[in-house]
Write a protein that binds this ligand. Sequence first.
Ligand code: ARG
Length: 273
Amino acid sequence: MIMSFKKITFGMLAVASVFALTACGSSQSKDSLEKIKDKGTLTVAMNPEFAPFEFKTLVNGKDTVVGADVEIAKAIGEELGVKVKFSTMSFNNVLASVKSGKADIAISGISATEERQKVYDFSETYYESKSVLIVQKSQLASATSTDSFADKSIATQKGSIQETIAKANFSSAHMVSLTQPGEAINELKSGQVQGVVLEEAIAKGYVAKNDDLAIADLTLKSESTDAYAVAIPKGSDKLKATVDKVITQLKKEGKIDNFVQTAYEQSLDSDKD
Ligand code: ARG
């Protein structure tokens, strides 16, 4: 009698541990990829104040998020066979939303720096970028060296690598960190700051739309990896493989450059910044 009781207890324990093992195993093997497919939606975090990569414009009278990153997101959604939902926020919240699981991935002109790679996985890079300084056109002639900005104010977007780049290049300037690039541009136009550090593709758009602005003839050094990549939660290997496949294909077909060019033209036509 005692023996059989022991056997039963042991049997129950064995069953319980098998359960525990499978439960644990399946939750680990359930990559973000399967979760996204189950939901039928890919939620993409972005800060749409960043033409030509993501910006808002009127499409058929409706405020719509468009841009090269939007096209990349759509291509990933297509490959996964799911709908794409854009979750828009300020840039300093974009990466955090991937960490908290509010968004599945982030595509927002994000530079895949070593620092960020400690916390997130990144896809293959899809765009090479470099930072430039925008100044008032009337000041262009005197903006010949980073030293000429000593005691002046330089604005950057909060949470962007340009904060670090500006600090490293203009060590004796005053740093101003603002939520949106558009705010930094307004401060520059009104003379509150004397320079704005932005990436070239974005800076080009602002300069094309504002006659009073120009890109300074200065080379800014950067210690980090500036190229853009899709941010993915750590350990989502299958999701990363799918995203990489899409990006590799788009790059091979020259589509990313087309997306950027088309979106650039669209951003110049649009009356929104
Ligand atoms: N490439 C820079 C970074 O990763 C700036 C990105 C800003 N993106 C945006 N959508 N506002 O820090």
